[in-house]
Every structure is written in structure tokens, then in C-alpha cells.
Ligand binder design. Structure first.
Ligand code: IPE
Ligand code: IPE
Ligand code: MG
Length: 253
């Protein structure tokens, strides 16, 4: 695009891609005088419900932030329990995902994970790879800056080898090497748990997403809460730099 952006314009009422920062598990548990991990466990239930609902609604992509590149800073015990929970969830849910036509993809720097976890990820991805329903993306040891950096590294090595000219490094070219290459950008971003920040999630891809923040803690986020977010989304006028009148013309054409 001569305007210098690759952002896809999408004006539909149901988002093609929903990206969620599932925050508030620890506070949910604390309120109940339970250990933080009980909140993470309860959070898995919300994940299940939201995947199912997104499938029913024909959402194309659901990206869930499960573990950030900064979450290693947490106490070792919590990190260990989160990894165990991740392994268990993959083992328990992958068959159900396959039956539900969900295709799983895990993004992030997986090199820091145990062999066991990496094996389970691969197994679950393989088991669901033929599916054509909802594309479920789990961001694990993911950071938006890491993503852009690894893409730029790939591009830089192509330039160095003379495969492409420096001039050919466009937004579209960089995009091809990002973790979500080929998928539509998130139309709707949701963060539960009350904080209004991105916490190094999809920095590149959120450029034109509608940002929805709710105080609801992730284990309390259910279909009804998702419906509220979707209604809010349907009421937004996305403009992608255009004027409101132009957008109305495009939508009625
Ligand atoms: C989000 O919940 C889950 C992960 C980051 C793994 P938190 O664990 O951050 O919950 P709060 O923010 O402490 O309540
Ligand atoms: C963001 O939540 C990461 C995930 C939900 C996986 P955090 O709880 O880690 O974010 P901060 O530290 O409050 O910004
Ligand atoms: Mg948090």
C-alpha cells in the first residue's frame, strides 16, 4: 500500500481474530485465601469456555497470552507449577481440541522450555494440524519485542547473504517472519484483571486493534463476559486512518 501500511481493513461485527491477555488469576485466588496456582487452575476452565464460544461464533483466530518472556521473574515454584499445568492441559485437552476442529499453534521462544513440554506442544500441534476450524494460538514465553527481533534477524541474514536488497525490507516482508505470519491481525484485544497495559504482548500486530479492558478477573471471564466484549466491539467505528464518512460509505457499498 502506498500509504505505507499493511494493516488489513476489517469492518465486520464479529472479530476475525481475538487476542486476550488472561490476567488476574493470582488475585482471584488471593481473594479466596487460596494459593496462586489455584487461580491458574481455575483459569484453564475459562480458556476452555472461551475456545468453545469462539468456535461457535466462527471466529477465525484466538490468541491467548499464557506466559510472557517476563514471567520467568516470578518465584521459581510458581513458574514450575505453571509449566506443569501447561503440560497437563496439553495432555488433557488436545483430543478435545481435535474433535472440536480446533487447530493449535504455540508461539514464543520455546527453547527455554523443558524437553517434555516441547514434546507435548509438538504432539498437540501435530494432532490438530489438519483441523480447519478455529485457529488457537497460545503465546508461551512470548514477548512482542522478541517476536520483532527474531523476524528482523531472519531478514538481516537474508540481506547479508544477498538474497534480498536492503530496499526490499518492507513492512510486508518483515511481517512474513513474525510469529503470526499469514493470520489476520487481531481485531479485538481483551485484557482481563483491570490493568490497562500491553505487557509486551503483540506489539506489531495490535497496531489497529480495538482495545477492551475489563476488571473481571480471568477465572471469572465466561461466555457472558465475552458477549459483553463483543457487543462493545460491534459498536466501535473502525477507521484505519480514514474519516467516519468514508467508512460509512465503504460499509454500505
Ligand atoms: C495471569 O494471571 C496468568 C499469568 C501471567 C501466567 P496472574 O498470575 O498475572 O494474576 P495476577 O495479576 O497476579 O492477579
Ligand atoms: C501478562 O500478565 C502476561 C500474561 C497474562 C501471560 P502479567 O500479570 O505478567 O502482566 P504485568 O506484569 O502485570 O504487566
Ligand atoms: Mg498479572
Amino acid at each position: 500500500m502506498s500509504e505505507g501500511t499493511q494493516t488489513q481493513e476489517y469492518y465486520g461485527r464479529i472479530p476475525r481474530h481475538i487476542a486476550i491477555i488472561m490476567d488476574g488469576n493470582g488475585r482471584w485466588a488471593k481473594k479466596r485465601h487460596m494459593p496462586r496456582v489455584a487461580g491458574h487452575r481455575a483459569g484453564v476452565e475459562s480458556v476452555r469456555a472461551i475456545i468453545q464460544r469462539c468456535g461457535e461464533l466462527n471466529v477465525e483466530v484466538l490468541t491467548l497470552f499464557a506466559f510472557s518472556s517476563e514471567n520467568w521473574r516470578r518465584p521459581e515454584k510458581e513458574v514450575g507449577l505453571l509449566m506443569e499445568l501447561f503440560i497437563m492441559a496439553l495432555q488433557r485437552e488436545s483430543k478435545k481440541l481435535r474433535e472440536g476442529k480446533v487447530r493449535l499453534k504455540v508461539i514464543g521462544d520455546l527453547s527455554r522450555f523443558s524437553d517434555k513440554l516441547r514434546k507435548e506442544i509438538k504432539k498437540a500441534e501435530d494432532l490438530t494440524k489438519e483441523n480447519t476450524g478455529l485457529e488457537l494460538v497460545i503465546a508461551a514465553n512470548y514477548g512482542g519485542r522478541w517476536d520483532i527481533t527474531q523476524a528482523v534477524q531472519s531478514v538481516a541474514s537474508q540481506v547479508k547473504q544477498g538474497v534480498i536488497d536492503a530496499d526490499a525490507v518492507t513492512e510486508a516482508h518483515i511481517e512474513k517472519y513474525l510469529s503470526l505470519a499469514g493470520l489476520p491481525e487481531p481485531d479485538l484485544f481483551i485484557r482481563t484483571g483491570g490493568e490497562q497495559r500491553i505487557s509486551n504482548f503483540l506489539l506489531w500486530q495490535l497496531a489497529y486493534s480495538e482495545l477492551y479492558f475489563t476488571d473481571i478477573l480471568w477465572p471469572d471471564f465466561n461466555k457472558d463476559e465475552l458477549n459483553i466484549a463483543l457487543e462493545w466491539f460491534a459498536g466501535r467505528q473502525r477507521r484505519f486512518g480514514r474519516t467516519g464518512d468514508q467508512v460509512e460509505q465503504i460499509k454500505s457499498a
